[in-house]
Design a protein around this ligand. Sequence first.
Ligand SMILES: [Zn+2]
Ligand SMILES: [Zn+2]
Length: 334
Amino acid sequence: MEFARLGAPLVRQLDDVGRACVAEVEEACPGHRCYVCGDAAGGVVRACGCAKGRDAHLACLARVASRESEANGSYPRWDRCAVCGDAFAEPAVRLGVAREAWAAAERAPDDDWRRVAALAGLADALGDLGLDAESAAVRRVEVGLRRRHFSHEVDRELGAKAKLAAACARLGRCDEALALRRKVAAGYAALLGEDDRAALDAVVALAESLGDRDRVREERGVLRDALPRARRALGAAHATTVAVVKALAVSLLYGDDDDGAAERARDAAEAKALVEAALVAVRRAHGEGHALVDALNAHLHHANRALGPVKTPKGYDPPPETPVNTPVPWVPPR
Ligand SMILES: [Zn+2]
Ligand SMILES: [Zn+2]
């Protein structure tokens, strides 16, 4: 029987990480009983904050999620507590449960959906821990399996490719990320229509990869094309529309397209006008305290700075120059 493989070095690393996860979370509850099997022996971890789902074996948590999904016909949720429904707070617990789920599904045939679901859960959990290289390696196997055996689930395949592209982009594999994102953007447009939110989000991701490869004209082209569609379909204050605006503003302000001073000033003015219009719409729809207002204010600050001497609005702290949402790679405890 044919099995999609993860490769021996990756499996060894997963075992190391898995052991470290158990050691890390186990320390919190020595002697406690697993709420699933009632046993206190062998690696009971502090899984959730709720009273009933607190302590459990990772393998028992994987079994509970698989049983539930078989009963209600949905994909298993290995990343959350089956008792209260909250996501496990510890990424190490999420990875531990996903790893047990993979161990249970490893011998299932390649066309068994449990196998591809286990790979997806494992890749997600690795990504949550900032282990992008390992997550991408697992995701690649998942994408291959989906292409071969689950091609009818087009949206899930596109979702997996989008996540693989994001991991590749973070790893600096810009060409691979760009090629994947072209396919994902075209795939969502064909499946759901060009005005669908998923298709527009895919355009924003594609633009990021085009910018990474210095294809500034094409980057601005796809964003300028997407913006009126996003405004019309989702509204000017929608998070996806604002994401298009922010991406276009960043490209106009920082995209290096060898323009002269006059063109750069014109680009900065266009960026400022776009951001100001989005701010008006977002303030009107969501109020002053909304997170999108802060994000757009940061872009307005950069646009103003590009246009001349900095005029910082009263009471506004200029944003840091580095992105704040970069995941911090997880280091196993010693
Ligand atoms: Zn148990
Ligand atoms: Zn819970």
